[in-house]
Design a binder for this molecule. Structure first.
Ligand code: ARG
Length: 467
């Protein structure tokens, strides 16, 4: 196959007299990572060849021969028989070289009216469009798992926190549905970004367009692009789409990382809200009692890499003069690793939620019954009986203080004690402060009341079906 050890000068015009220094050839080469673009490079080149034939720039036979040769390279690659080395510099040269070996001189016509600058932009966009579709599907799978868990836990109570202090009890489903909403925005955001990813730079040439009578729209349609870049300079030098993707990827990671942090806390002995199943936890090499939450820890840890790639891309672009500069070759590893990291993390978190943990419902019930997170409800109780809320709030603060001193919870106060605090208290105060009631009463739109949560769940079940 094409393990051609040809000197690198063969790539360039006859302006060059000697070969590249081997270390510089290695430094310059991108083949070891941009080989990932090969299928997109082949598809993009086939569309370009068809366009050249359609516009009469090459003959129909030549076009067909190029398309056939490119397809043959695809088969070779899929069978593991096309493994170009550093001498090829990048995937674009590797393909062109192999094509010429396969189809002869006509292979040398493929690059008519094209530059690697618009070619690499085309490949990267085709790649990212594909990856975005896959990531959106993965988000859907993750959401399905969230919704199935939520449907089992509408009436399971869990302490709700602010400042990581017990605040008010909530429905566990409500908590899980918050993640549905976050990931729903992620799903939508990727869809919106994809519209800008899906614009064709092909035909921008090196930077200024081409002297050939090309049909950019024809090639773009063959590749299912939604449009073409209106300005050739912008076409070859724009990487906004990659930055936007890494931004969206960073937000996905923020969301997964927040959930990870919660799972890590919940799995601790201090919380004991979830137990980790053996399939998703590891042990310690020295402490036999331990079960470690490696999956969410790794997701939390990998979040930084994706932020790093976003930062790298922003810095890469800042101050780059128009149009193409070789700096742009650095976009790929950031993008590839960003894509890969988001995908493995989504997969791992989906597995973790679907089969790797179990909510400890008895412990959760105990937790919501052992604190003062019903204090707001006592204040609301008085406010509903006409006591101004701020006054009620002050009074309940005092009750909490004396109860704490007496080592009692609010539910342990006798009716006489309540009445001593304020004559408006009646026996129904006990119902009002029971955790079930406390949750159920927050029936405002978007709140944790069971009725609202049930509606929100049904609404989410509809939205998750959206294409
Ligand atoms: N490997 C290059 C990249 O990834 C392809 C474009 C090269 N263009 C150039 N003018 N040297 O950016």
């Amino acid at each position: 196959m094409t393990q051609a050890n040809q000197p690198s000068t063969q790539t360039w015009s006859q302006r060059f007299e000697s070969t590249l220094h081997p270390a510089i050839a290695d430094f310059n080469a991108s083949i070891h990572f941009d080989i990932q673009l090969i299928e997109y490079d082949l598809t993009g080149s086939q569309a370009h060849a068809e366009m050249l034939a359609k516009t009469g720039i090459i003959s129909a036979d030549e076009g067909a021969e190029l398309v056939r040769g490119l397809e043959q390279i695809r088969q070779e690659y899929r069978q593991g028989n096309f493994t170009p080395g550093t001498d090829a510099e990048d995937v674009h040269f590797a393909v062109e070289r192999r094509l010429t070996e396969l189809v002869g001189d006509v292979g040398k016509k493929l690059h008519t009216a094209r530059s690697r600058n618009d070619q690499v932009g085309t490949d990267t966009r085709l790649y990212l469009r594909d990856q975005i579709q896959q990531i959106r599907q993965q988000i859907r799978q993750f959401q399905e798992v969230l919704l199935s868990l939520a449907s089992q836990h509408v009436r399971t109570l869990i302490p709700g926190y602010t400042h990581l202090q017990r605040a008010q009890p909530i429905s566990l489903a409500h908590h899980l549905l918050a993640y549905f909403e976050m990931t729903q925005r992620d799903w939508q955001r990727l869809g919106e970004i994809c519209q800008r990813v899906n614009i064709s730079p092909l035909g921008s040439g090196a930077l200024a367009g081409t002297t050939f009578p090309i049909d950019r729209h024809f090639a773009a349609e063959r590749l299912n692009f939604g449009g073409v870049y209106a300005n050739s300079l912008d076409g070859v030098s724009d990487r906004d789409f990659a930055i936007e993707f890494l931004c969206a990827a960073s937000l996905i990671m923020v969301h997964l990382s927040r959930l990870s942090e919660e799972v890590i806390l919940w799995a601790s002995q201090e919380f004991s809200f979830v137990s980790l199943k053996d399939s998703c936890a590891t042990g310690s090499s020295i402490m036999p009692q331990k079960k470690n939450p490696d999956v969410p820890e790794l997701v939390r840890g990998k979040t930084g890499r994706v932020f790093g790639h976003l930062q790298a891309m922003l810095v890469l672009m800042k101050g780059l003069p128009l149009a193409y500069n070789k700096d742009l070759q650095e976009d790929k590893e950031a993008l590839f690793d960003g894509v890969k990291t988001v995908k493995v993390c989504l997969e791992a978190m989906t597995i973790l939620l679907s089969e790797g943990l179990e909510f400890q419902t008895a412990r959760l019930t105990e937790a919501v019954n052992e604190d003062f997170s019903n204090a707001t409800d006592v204040a609301d109780y008085l406010a509903k009986k006409g006591v101004p809320f701020r006054e009620a709030y002050g009074l309940v603060g005092k009750v909490v203080k004396t109860s704490l001193a007496a080592n009692k919870l609010l539910k342990d106060l006798t009716l006489d004690e309540w009445k001593d605090l304020h004559p408006a208290f009646e026996a129904d105060v006990y119902d009002a402060i029971a955790p079930e009631q406390v949750v159920s009463a927050r029936n405002s739109y978007g709140g944790t009341g069971f009725e609202q949560v049930q509606k929100a769940l049904e609404d989410a079940q509809k939205r998750v079906k959206e294409e």
